[in-house]
Write a protein that binds this ligand. Structure first.
Ligand code: CA
Length: 219
């Protein structure tokens, strides 16, 4: 899952980036509200983690601009201003959740998982597909009860495909999920991960839709 962090505090930003990368997220980090607004017009991310006090454009203005433009991007606000008024303003402006600094990385992770579940309309953590059970938190897949461990990037691809069975996901979209903006993408990286997944889960599990992308058929 690809996240955008907008936070101007270097120490906090780098700690959050490192922690979330360790949890298997692809995290892009911007330090300026205006730069973030511009980036969000170009790039697709799945959750925005937004500080309120930012140079360029403050977090609340960015959030209001997003919602005014019709964006439904899930937004988690990070705020040091722990007054009730700020929290209410954030939620009223369309934030999905908020965390007050300082916060625990474990709690941030849990809130991101909750946002991801709501976004996908899933009430429970596990994704089931036929005899396959997928736990995005544990990075463990079971097929017919047998546990299979996946590499982090293969895990992220499987999650993206399982979110919409029967709908192809393009290679470009998968690259966006796996790699940050600054990172180079090897031309055959996605194919390598798909090959790995098929080897572990069975060839027929993931279909190649020529000229479109990859798809897990509806169960
Ligand atoms: Ca700040």
């Amino acid at each position: 899952m690809r996240l955008l962090l907008v936070e101007d505090d270097e120490l906090l930003g780098s700690a959050v980036c490192a922690g979330l990368a360790q949890s298997g997220y692809t995290v892009d980090w911007l330090r300026d509200g205006k730069a973030a607004a511009a980036a969000l017009k170009q790039e697709e991310v799945e959750i925005l983690i937004l500080d309120l006090g930012l140079p360029g454009m403050d977090g609340l203005s960015l959030l209001r601009q997003l919602r005014a433009g019709g964006s439904r991007l899930p937004v988690l606000i990070l705020t040091a201003r722990d007054t009730i008024d700020d929290r209410i303003a954030g939620l009223d402006s369309g934030a999905d959740d908020y965390l007050i600094k300082p916060f625990d990385l474990g709690e941030l992770n849990a809130r991101l998982r909750a946002i991801a579940r709501r976004k996908d309309g899933r009430a429970t953590m596990m994704i089931r597909h036929g005899d396959l059970n997928f736990d995005p938190k544990a990075h463990v897949v079971t097929v017919a009860g047998e546990e299979i461990h996946l590499q982090a990037k293969a895990n992220a691809i499987l999650e993206a495909l399982l979110q919409r069975p029967g709908t192809p996901v393009s290679r470009e979209r998968l690259e966006q999920i796996l790699y940050g903006w600054g990172e180079g993408v090897e031309s055959n990286a996605i194919e390598v991960h798909i090959h790995h997944l098929r080897k572990k889960l069975g060839k027929q599990r993931i279909l190649t839709i020529r000229g479109v992308g990859y798809m897990i058929p509806k169960s």
